[in-house]
Design a binder for this molecule. Structure first.
Ligand code: ARG
Length: 459
């Protein structure tokens, strides 16, 4: 039965129905739809818009419907959307009293309310997964405290660093995501229920009652905005997009560092795949797939931004397009975070390869220049002198580490014997003691602070 068929002479065409119906995807709103209806019916009773007995009968039956769906006794089908389905089922069970549920309400404020309740939970699931991921990164950072690796710019070796610095950098990104998710959730937690179709209602409703029952922070203050605002969907998708972009960067680093060429990381067999033709292959399909999924989440963000961009006030059916991208992004993002959190502890850090690479390709050259500058040579001059040393090494097939103090002195008489200690990768990393730097002391402090900030979300 259509909720609106009274006005029509002819039924809708079959294909028009199929095109219009949202039940195939909004069926997952059943629990929040019933919860919001129970709150609405309770309020209607308390405000004497329906009797206390009617309110109780409606609520009891809505609860029974919820139990039947949860326990698989009631299949969700045969209606235009989840709101129609629940109402039809209620009317089938209790007749005319069920028809009173929709007093002082419209599907417009109903769907906006349902979806916010659903989104609130989705934000909470994102938070829970992000916490797990940061914990997992902290474990890796702890392992990396005693290891050294090269840091890169332009994907060229730049300077040695304590390996924990790498993992902490990703923790910082996901901590920002946690903060963003919390702020988005707060903004989403405003209740549209009571906005009616667009203009509120002439019934003496009390929106504070439904607001308290549904644990929203406050009722929205403008009914036109209440029924048509989908900012929270765009924000959710933006949050997912940025999380995926951070995951994608991490994946890229993992893929790169686990190549034969780099060999810093080894992805465990449990998270690797083989080739159907090349027997030697161990492929990083999991991080590659995650990197790939990022595009589809960005796509969902673009879709909602485009859908909402020219919608006249207030509700328009375009807004039904808010759900499928959300549901997909929710599932894909949470799955991606979880699999990353689960895979990270199994990644082996190849101590020797990382340490060797940290000294190669003149990673310690900045420290040679700094050595001179600290002894009074203007930095620009020190940079030029060191550049000449590097050129000489390249021509002679030498490294900064196998140069003798005498050889250094050929380039500047400022050099003393201690230069040979300065160019060791460990010394270079540990010299970077500036706040937020890559020395193991700083990285340890950073890790402590990350764990402390994570606690805020762990409640
Ligand atoms: N299925 C609809 C949606 O998701 C529910 C609201 C319908 N409202 C309406 N006026 N047609 O947006």
């Amino acid at each position: 039965m259509k909720l609106w068929e009274g006005r029509f002479d002819a039924p809708t065409a079959k294909n028009a129905d199929l095109y219009n119906d949202s039940l195939p995807f909004d069926c997952r709103l059943w629990a929040v739809d019933i919860a919001a209806s129970i709150a609405h019916a309770t309020m209607l009773g308390q405000c004497s818009i329906i009797t206390g007995d009617e309110s109780k009968l409606i609520c009891d039956n809505l609860n029974a419907i919820a139990t039947d769906i949860a326990e698989g006794r009631l299949e969700i089908k045969g209606a235009e959307d989840i709101h129609s389905f629940v109402e039809n089922e209620l009317v089938a069970r209790i007749g005319d009293t069920g028809k009173k549920l929709h007093t002082a309400r419209s599907r417009n404020d109903q769907v906006a309310t349902d979806f916010r309740l659903y989104a609130r939970n989705a934000f909470d699931c994102l938070t829970e997964s992000l916490i797990w991921l940061v914990e997992s990164l902290c474990g890796k950072a702890q392992e990396g405290l005693k290891l050294i690796m090269p840091g890169y710019t332009h994907l060229r070796k730049a300077q040695p660093m304590c390996a924990g610095h790498f993992f902490n950098a990703y923790s910082e990104m996901f901590l920002r995501d946690l903060d963003r998710v919390r702020a988005s959730r707060d903004r989403a937690n405003v209740m549209p229920l009571g906005s009616g179709a667009l203009a509120g209602t002439s019934y003496p409703i009390d929106r504070d009652i439904t607001c308290d029952l549904l644990e929203f922070d406050r009722p929205c203050e403008n009914s036109l905005d209440g029924v048509s605002d989908r900012d929270f969907v765009a924000e959710f998708l933006f949050d997912c997009s940025l999380i995926m972009s951070h995951l994608s960067r991490l994946c890229e680093d993992i893929i790169l560092y686990s190549t034969e060429e780099f060999g810093y990381f080894e992805i465990a067999d449990e998270y690797s795949t083989g080739s159907s033709i090349m027997p030697q292959k161990k492929n990083p399909d999991i991080p590659e797939l995650m990197r790939g999924k990022t595009g589809r989440i960005y796509g969902h963000l673009m879709a909602i931004l485009t859908t909402i961009k020219a919608i006249p006030l207030a509700y328009n059916k375009d807004l039904q397009e808010d759900k499928e991208g959300f549901f997909d992004a929710e599932r894909q993002t949470i799955n991606s975070i979880n699999i990353m959190a689960e895979m990270l502890p199994t990644i082996k850090l190849n101590k020797k390869r990382m340490a060797k690479a940290a000294e190669a390709e003149f990673c310690c050259a900045t420290d040679v220049a700094d050595y001179l500058a600290k002894k009074g040579v203007p930095f620009r001059t020190a940079h030029a002198v060191t550049g000449r040393i590097v050129r000489w090494c390249i021509a002679e097939g030498r490294t900064l580490q196998d140069m003798t103090a005498e050889e250094f002195k050929n380039f500047s008489d400022i050099f003393e014997c201690d230069i040979c200690e300065v160019v060791k990768a460990q010394a270079c990393a540990d010299a970077r003691t500036s706040y937020g730097g890559a020395s193991s002391a700083c990285v340890r402090e950073n890790l402590k602070s990350i764990k402390k900030r994570l606690k805020i979300y762990e409640n």
